[in-house]
Design a protein around this ligand. Sequence first.
Ligand code: MG
Length: 157
Amino acid sequence: MRVGTGYDVHRLVEGRPLILGGVQIPYDKGLSGHSDADVLLHAIMDALLGAVGKGDIGRHFPDRDLQYRGISSLELLERVMEMVRELGFKVVNIDSVVMAEEPKLAPYTDEMVQKIASVLEVSPFAVNIKATTTEGLGCIGRGEGIAAQAAVLVLVR
Ligand code: MG
């Protein structure tokens, strides 16, 4: 068994869709970034790469590479899972937390879990997504960005 952790932050800006866990969420701002800036999937990918000893997403999908511009992070997650499988591992479970002052994420977490579980080829029971605010403190509390953290356990299959 091996464990991995991931962390990511993206800035909230006007004129971008807000995509978290592969789900588009109605909000007047979205996350800026080279891909779709799905901060939750980025944290999960880094956790998976960490668990299998393969560095981080910046190394595999560099943001200077035009082929990744605007790409869906679900597609990047598929590619990370191909790597995980090729190395002989399967996912046991994932736990994660999204830190955002706004919007409320609880209505969307079930759909996020379904999407992530299907890419990871695990039961939805093996994917947990928590949401929290930072009580108005710091850059997240001021609504300047959204952060996410993830931990993953993988097993040799
Ligand atoms: Mg990122």
